[in-house]
Write a protein that binds this ligand. Sequence first.
Ligand code: DGY
Length: 334
Amino acid sequence: MQDEPEDDSRSRVVLTRSLPDGPSRRLARYVVAQVWREPDPPPDAWLRESCVGAAGLLATPADRVGEDLLLACPTLRVVSNLAVGTDNVDVSALTRRGVPLGNTPGVLTAATADLAFALVLAASRRLVEARDAVLDGSWRTWDPGFMLGLELSGATIGILGAGRIGTAVARRALAFDMHVLAWSRSGRPLEGTGVERVEMVGMDRLLRESDVVSVHVALDASTVHLVGAEQLASMKPTAVLVNTARGPVVDQRALLDALVSGRIAAAGLDVVEHEPIDPGDPLVHLPNCIVLPHIGSATVATRAAMAELAVDNLLAGVAGERLPSCVNPEVYGD
Ligand code: DGY
């Protein structure tokens, strides 16, 4: 069921998910919120109809915000995405129409880096396979050759993408005594203290030399299938691939082949090409692949902080003020 907008002189905004109590109450002081409360994302038709006449939209990575929506809803003064990634939004269409787009960088860095490192550990030490062995009775005795995995201490991790989350993962890897290589399109070194020992390298070398490759690039036209069959083939057969960025950055069919053929050892994925993945998808059933349901930022504290920032962006946009976190500052003539 969705909330019916009240007859009110305040501006109306549309939310495709309900928010925690704090940011929700703050929002209600300034605007009337029409909220989609069903478990599945709202259908395009609901989104379009609700946004007609609305001043703002708060969307999530599960919603597609395209030019068609903007054309149908010219009153929208702001789109606030409850995520740092904005690949679900046609950013150029918003910019062309002067509509600012907000996102939630920074507040989710630690939670997402933690989850990435949890996958590094789980895939390297075969945690899910080992638990399955307990459940199915194939654990018979202590055996020196049973469930051997990759030792992280002294191993090399390659970080693809040197932004906030990649840098936070590098810090965690250094604390585990790993060698850290990193690649970014710009080639600029990682920023901040504690990452001086990270070596910036070309992508070929990173793939060739890393025992673990962790993906942290944003999704755009240039990063679709950045890791494909050729890149997987250049990795070590003992290597582990982790993706907590966006599914389409890795060619999922090529990854399935590489995992089945033993071309690489294991993968840990928090994101897949089409979410939610079909539970019958062979990738989900491979013993050497862990698939999680896009929970990188899913801690109570982080989701609350994301909601606060998304509400800040939404309210600023509705009021015609500059968004605290704006993806397309060109709309302000910058
Ligand atoms: C983001 O913010 O882009 C994340 O993927 C959501 O957890």
